[in-house]
Ligand binder design. Structure first.
Ligand SMILES: [Zn+2]
Length: 264
C-alpha cells in the first residue's frame, strides 16, 4: 500500500469534513504513503493547511487555476497568493500551482483573455523561481504555448500534471526538464495515446496522481475520485511498463523526493 498520490483536491471531495478525515485516517493506517493537496485559489492555502494539519502524510501546493474570474482578477489575487505562500510553515508547502493554460475552457472565440492567462502563468513561474519551489502545471490543448513559456524559465523545475498529450509533446516537456504525471484517465478505453506516452516517459521522470475528485480510474469511472483509487493507475502503469508494483512505487517515491524534496 505504499502509494503516493501526487495531485488531489482534498477539500473538493464531496463529503463532510468528518467523513473525509475518517477516510484519510483509514487510508494512512493502511500504509498509504502520501498525498499532495493542490491549491486552485489565491486564498485557499490557510484553510487547507488547517483542515489537514494533523496528517503527516499530506503536503500542500498553492496556486491559482486559470478560470476567467481568476484571469480577470489576477492583479488583486497574485499579491494575496504570495502573502499566503510567504506565511506558510516551512516544509508543509512544497510547490507552486496548479496554474497554467487551458485552451479547452479559455478560447479566443469565446472572448477569453489569453494574454491575461499567459501572464497569470508567468507570475506563478516568477513565484516558483523566487521561492525556489517546483511548479505544478495544468496544460490542456495548449502544449506549444505552454512549452514556449516554460522554456523562458530554465531554472524552474516542475511537473506537467494530468498529462494529456502524445509522445512529441512529452519529448518537448522532458527536454525542458519536466516530470510528467498521469491521472486516472490513463485507464480509459480511448486513451491509447496516453498509454503510449506513459511507456515512453523515462522511469525517473514519471509521476502518478488521481486529480481527485475528478477522473476516477476504471473501474470507478463516473464516481468521485479519492486518493486511494490511485492504486488502479499504478497497477496499470506497472503492467504497461512490465515492472512490479513495488518497483514502480519505489521509483515514484524517489521521483517525488527528487522534485519536491524529502516530504513523505
Ligand atoms: Zn488539479
Amino acid at each position: 500500500m505504499r502509494f503516493i498520490d501526487t495531485h488531489a483536491h482534498l477539500s473538493l471531495l464531496p463529503c463532510e469534513a468528518r467523513c473525509r478525515e475518517e477516510k484519510l485516517e483509514q487510508l494512512f493506517r493502511g500504509g498509504f504513503r502520501g498525498i499532495i493537496d493542490i491549491g486552485t485559489e489565491a486564498g485557499d492555502l490557510q484553510t487547507r493547511l488547517k483542515a489537514f494539519a494533523r496528517f503527516e502524510g499530506i503536503r500542500f501546493s498553492a496556486g491559482i487555476w486559470p478560470s476567467p474570474e481568476a484571469i480577470a482578477g489576477r492583479k488583486r489575487l497574485l499579491p494575496c497568493l504570495e502573502r499566503h505562500i510567504s506565511a506558510a510553515a516551512q516544509g508543509r508547502l512544497i510547490a507552486i500551482g496548479e496554474c497554467g493554460l487551458d485552451r479547452y475552457h479559455n478560447q479566443e472565440a469565446n472572448g477569453a483573455d489569453l494574454l491575461g492567462e499567459r501572464e497569470l502563468l508567468e507570475r506563478h513561474l516568477d513565484l516558483a523561481q523566487r521561492h525556489r519551489l517546483p511548479i505544478i502545471i495544468h496544460s490542456r490543448q495548449a502544449a506549444q504555448e505552454t512549452g514556449d513559456i516554460l522554456s523562458q524559465y530554465p531554472q524552474v523545475q516542475g511537473v506537467i500534471h494530468c498529462f494529456s498529450y502524445g509522445i512529441p509533446e512529452a519529448k518537448r516537456f522532458l527536454q525542458a526538464g519536466y516530470y510528467l504525471s498521469f491521472a486516472g484517465n490513463l485507464t480509459y478505453k480511448n486513451a491509447q495515446g496516453l498509454r503510449e506516452a506513459l511507456q515512453f516517459v523515462p522511469l525517473d521522470r514519471l509521476l502518478l496522481e488521481t486529480d481527485s475528485p475528478y477522473l476516477a480510474p476504471q473501474p470507478f469511472r463516473g464516481k468521485s475520485a479519492e486518493p486511494g483509487m490511485v492504486a488502479e493507475t499504478y497497477r496499470l502503469a506497472a503492467s504497461l511498463r512490465q515492472m512490479s508494483l513495488e518497483a514502480l512505487q519505489a521509483a515514484i517515491a524517489q521521483n517525488v523526493s527528487a522534485l519536491f524534496g524529502p516530504c513523505f
